[in-house]
Design a protein around this ligand. Sequence first.
Ligand code: ZN
Ligand code: ZN
Length: 303
Amino acid sequence: MSPTLTILGCGSALPTRQHFPSSQIVEMRDKQYMIDCGEGTQIRMRQMGLKVARLGHIFISHLHGDHVFGLIGLISSFGMLNRTADLHIHAAPDLEKMLQPQLDFFCEGLPFNVIFHHINPRAHELVHEDRSVEVYSIPLKHRVPSCGFLFREKARDRHIRRDMIDFYNIPTWRIPKIKQGENFEMPDGEIIPNERLTTMPEKPKSYAYCSDTAYSEKIIPIIEGVDCLYHEATFMQNEAVRAKSTMHSTAAQAATIALKANVGKLIIGHYSARYNHKNGLLNEALAVFEKTIAAEDMSVYEI
Ligand SMILES: [Zn+2]
Ligand SMILES: [Zn+2]
């Protein structure tokens, strides 16, 4: 299955009727990864009827309220729902300092562990890895230390050809190695080449999340060629001065980054509450980069 991105909130600091603060879920190779957890995250999950049994990791871009205020509510509800699996939170060290006292006060006897992993938002490095996905930090330019996240699928196994397995009578225990590219040796010594037994796997996908940030070309080498880029577009061009002073981006700037990094598609979000319609932002981005989509809360996009 192709990876997906579920937007729970794509507004900025002030929630509006259409847009909650930042939160999204990346679903890649049967696992779910949350990025940011603004206020209302769990409400959006409930509204969507989203099941998050495969959510084990939450990545926090930076310590502004619109990216973290949803954590305590979400964790408390996980407790009431009798979650037992560990929950890993990857964030700058100060988050643990602030969240742990809240957990101690409100979430005594939680039936699962909350495990903090400290990340350095100023470094581009591997912050998490499992069997099928790697996650890297992307240093951003914002009023407080801030980093985006780059998700890279690892190479998939080759697809086995059932008919060939039956034809050559290959025992089940040989199949995992064949999926990884091994040839098969028949009892009489004949070698059956792997290409006859398998077909090519899907190309691994990549996704980059870049919010919150001022326009920064420094991120381009890191996100070069990703299949999908989510980049903040807080303001329209007539607010470019304000974008710069608050260290946010305009829609055209987001699109310029997408164009220069040669990404497959761009999803813009983190809209300022001043805009009732996202069309102005979308049109400014489209003028620069035509493969742009304007994010909407409670929408699912293919990566
Ligand atoms: Zn923000
Ligand atoms: Zn911020």
